[in-house]
Design a protein around this ligand. Sequence first.
Ligand SMILES: C[S@@+](CC[C@H](N)C(=O)[O-])C[C@H]1O[C@@H](n2cnc3c(N)ncnc32)[C@H](O)[C@@H]1O
Length: 172
Amino acid sequence: MEIREAAGLIRCPEVDGARADWCDLGCGVGIFTLALAELLEPGSAIYAVDRDRRALALLPKLHHGVSIRAVEADFTQGYALPAVSGVLMANSLHFAEDQRGMLRMARTAQARLLIVEYETSAANAFCPYPIGYARLCDELAEAGYATARRIGVRSSRFGGMMYAAWADVSPP
Ligand SMILES: C[S@@+](CC[C@H](N)C(=O)[O-])C[C@H]1O[C@@H](n2cnc3c(N)ncnc32)[C@H](O)[C@@H]1O
């Protein structure tokens, strides 16, 4: 996926032009990190977290005026979220066995969420804990999120559909 396509998938009014610090858990080589950077106002910051050091090394330190801070960490092992207003997980929540625990961690930090996932319940080696939109909504409610909505869908080059969802701790 290109950065422009990723930005189109996660664009929503709460993010577009906002001056805010975010955390991207499981950023990989940063397609969605850079997409988010292009949506946020310059001066914002994104903590880009991954356990893959080689992927992190490919990230720029600044993109569209947004600073990118690479953090090498395993987000399932007691990772302490920095003070951010939002957490992005693009194609990475399906690697966490305890998905509710991940969502609760973000909820405890009062963080809004942007989730990009596959619309499937079929597990495979690349998607060991699939989480389609309906189940994500259940898990978000259990974790204490007040609102969730789907903000985008697109076909995946691996087949099937991907969706992007926004969740907020406060009611609309
Ligand atoms: C499919 S890639 C997605 C990368 C990027 N978010 C995107 O959508 O282009 C999943 C990424 O999550 C990272 N990841 C998976 N489990 C992780 C964990 N427990 N802690 C940190 N990173 C993890 C992997 O190293 C990989 O870079």
